[in-house]
Design a protein around this ligand. Structure first.
Ligand code: C5P
Length: 231
């Protein structure tokens, strides 16, 4: 098992779905000029690959092999803005964001062998000049020596509202109640699993973003980075 590359600065950002991690990590990486690890994408890609290959979500051995040999490329797009995700030669950038893939991802993420198979792949993202890592166990398991650990949270109702706003233009039939129920089910699964459950690292800076704007959260994290000499 490779250990965290101690030479490379890491900012680990954890929290539940809808806490704003994804947006904040993208903005942070851009602001600092650092690499970005979207670890949730790796769980989503494993789940999608399993579907493509007809692997059942309780077939632990086959899922472990799938995670270990995931054929994926993260390509910077021509515009230099978004990253394109290619799975086994097929572009899946949008397909992995689908709600069902997210559900499947959270089911397979509870399996120890799958998590172990993805560990080194995640640590390999730590490259100079630094890494912003987005996930559920970045500060607790994957990058325990991260220079800065942040745990973002928000009420389940606020997180559901944020998700609803994102979805409604693409899925006009989306229901706020269904989204809230899904978020609560996902939280329960992520927080109560035996291996690498979602929880703040003891040394994490905790931010409740319920009443905060994206810019306020970004500035708060950048201030913490500044205090630690990371910028
Ligand atoms: O963050 P995202 O919604 O893309 O993650 C999808 C699922 O993958 C989460 O609900 C969680 O179960 C799992 N996950 C995880 N550990 C991570 C990142 C994601 O267990 N570091």
């Amino acid at each position: 098992m490779s250990i965290q590359n101690k030479q490379i600065a890491v900012i680990a950002v954890d929290g539940p779905s809808g806490s704003g991690k994804g947006t904040i990590c993208q903005l942070l990486a851009k602001e600092l000029g650092w690499h970005l690890l979207d670890s949730g994408a790796l769980y989503r890609l494993t789940a999608l690959a399993a579907r493509h290959h007809g692997v059942e979500l309780d077939d632990v051995e086959a899922l472990e092999v799938m995670a270990e040999h995931l054929d994926v490329q993260f390509k910077a797009s021509d515009s230099g803005k978004a990253v394109q995700i290619i799975l086994e030669g097929e572009e899946v950038t949008h397909a992995i964001r689908n709600e069902r893939v997210g559900e499947d991802a959270s089911v397979i993420a509870a399996l120890g062998p799958v998590r172990r198979a993805l560990l080194n792949r995640q640590r390999d993202f730590a490259q100079a000049p630094g890494l912003v890592a987005d996930g559920r166990d970045m500060g607790t398991v994957v990058f325990p020596s991260a220079e800065l650990k942040v745990y973002l949270d928000a009420s389940a109702e606020e997180r559901a509202r944020r998700r609803y706003k994102q979805l409604i233009s693409k899925e006009p039939g989306a229901s706020l109640d269904d989204i809230l129920n899904d978020i609560k089910a996902r939280d329960a699964r992520d927080m109560n699993r035996a291996i690498a459950p979602l929880k703040p690292a003891p040394d994490a800076v905790r931010l409740d973003t319920t009443q905060m704007t994206i810019d306020e959260v970004l500035q708060a994290v950048l201030d913490e980075a500044r205090h630690r000499g990371l910028r």
